[in-house]
Design a protein around this ligand. Structure first.
Ligand SMILES: Cc1cc2nc3c(=O)[nH]c(=O)nc-3n(C[C@H](O)[C@H](O)[C@H](O)COP(=O)(O)OP(=O)(O)OC[C@H]3O[C@@H](n4cnc5c(N)ncnc54)[C@H](O)[C@@H]3O)c2cc1C
Length: 386
């Protein structure tokens, strides 16, 4: 790859992560998911090699890189069939928010553990009655002396069972205006009043999703991340890395599926030539490859803007990258399954379960339609319907 697009260091990082991913592969993750376990060995190995905290500051044990490097790690693990979903949440969202806005004590408490993988943090913004309209979240924090009392509900929050804490997006009442403004709180897994119920998802993944209840959860003042008045800014600082990482997740999965299909199309023969010689089989695979490459290019642009400190520019690019990657992933998986004929749906070939998995990036963390809304309003200045 040209060094114009990616440096030699990035290229070397890709190759090294790919080698780690290949040591584990799809079989490993499929077994873990079947057994209801967690990919602890892969997580620990990736951490030991410095991959999980590659974006976090060096003074807290991180690699001192950016989202460009972290997204390479996730994409390459995904392309090897073993993506680590919690990378989107723990180092990318929570690590970024704490590194940029946390107090010194929060940085010291959390960043070294997030960087070396020994601690994991989940992220909870989605609520049952708010959904895509995050302005409508009602999880509320009120003061009680020096403490905060948190009340509310969250849904579809990933990995809460394996996370030491969850970064919860709530709201506090503005003393001056009385209106609610967003704030972030670190809620320890076993805090009294913090309940979780696993959601039965149609996803063959190791990471589980939870519905959360916060029933008068009492937190010390140190649980509030950063500044009460900078809530929205802090939130957005975490959301761009989340979209870039979701794009990397989707590209990795699309590449994995496409690779399996190409391999199959080269060898499977039912007429005189392998099925890959039929253009009806080959062209959609070529198209999927092009779309994944294009999505990666936009992901690299978004990461470069974000790492250069251009939060506004990165916002638009990160949304477009997430959109393009999710769509490319859904189409690549669909075509891959189809290329394998009946085998596409057998457990042995393991591609069928990616049909649901590939939809995740189209829905989360922000749906395809909400990105189209964003581009319609913010970029094209079209009027709003809602
Ligand atoms: C596997 C998985 C993991 C997740 N992990 C997390 C997590 O760790 N933390 C977290 O906070 N959340 C998480 N989520 C939640 C995710 O971010 C939400 O599902 C997503 O934001 C969509 O919200 P919703 O499901 O309530 O859909 P809704 O908001 O109810 O939307 C339903 C449909 O309506 C469409 N729609 C809604 N409004 C509009 C509009 N104005 N114009 C056009 N179309 C519209 C949407 O595009 C969508 O197709 C996860 C979700 C999944 C599936």
């Amino acid at each position: 790859m040209s060094t114009l697009i990616e440096t030699q260091e990035h290229h070397a990082l890709r190759a090294a992560v790919a080698a780690l991913g290949q040591r584990y592969g799809r079989e490993y993750l499929a077994r873990i998911a079947r057994e209801g376990g967690h990919p602890d060995e892969l997580w620990a190995d990736a951490a030991k090699l410095g991959y999980l905290g590659v974006n976090l500051p060096e003074e807290y044990g991180g690699g001192g890189g950016g989202i460009a490097e972290l997204s390479i790690v996730l994409e390459e693990l995904g392309a090897a069939g073993c993506p680590l979903l919690m990378m989107v949440v723990s180092p990318a969202i929570c690590g970024t928010v704490i590194a940029r806005f946390g107090t010194d004590a929060q940085k010291q408490t959390w960043l070294p553990g997030l960087a070396d993988g020994s601690r994991i943090m989940a992220f909870g913004i989605t609520e049952p009655d708010a959904g895509s309209n995050s302005h409508r979240i009602t999880t509320t924090a009120r003061r009680d002396g020096d403490d905060w009392i948190l009340t509310g509900r969250k849904v579809f929050i990933s990995g809460v069972d394996i996370a030491d804490a969850t970064l919860i997006v709530g709201r506090t009442e503005d003393a001056r205006t009385g209106s609610l403004k967003p704030c972030l709180f670190i809620v320890p897994r076993d805090a009294p009043g913090f309940g979780r119920t696993v959601i039965d998802m149609e996803l063959a993944a190791a990471e589980k999703q939870f519905e959360l209840t916060l029933d008068d959860v009492r937190l010390p003042s140190s649980a509030l991340v950063g500044d009460e008045d900078a809530g929205l800014l802090q939130l957005f600082a975490g959301l761009n890395p989340e979209r870039i990482m979701t794009a990397a997740f989707a590209i990795g999965m699309g590449r994995y599926a496409l690779g399996r299909a190409v391999e199959y199309a080269k060898t499977r023969q039912v007429w005189k030539t392998p099925i890959g010689a039929h253009q009806a089989v080959a062209h959609p695979l070529a198209q999927a490859h092009i779309e994944l490459e294009l999505a990666r290019l936009m992901t690299q642009k978004a990461a470069a803007l974000y790492d250069a400190g251009d939060d506004m520019g990165a916002g638009e690019a990160a949304n477009m990258a997430k959109y393009a990657a999710a769509e490319a992933c859904v189409r690549a998986v669909d075509q891959a399954v189809h290329t394998l004929g009946g085998n596409g749906l057998t457990r042995e070939y393991g591609l069928g379960s990616l049909i649901t998995a590939s939809r995740v990036a189209r829905i989360a963390p922000v749906s395809r339609e909400m990105i189209l809304n964003f581009i319609s309003h913010q970029t094209l200045h079209l009027p709003k319907s809602y």
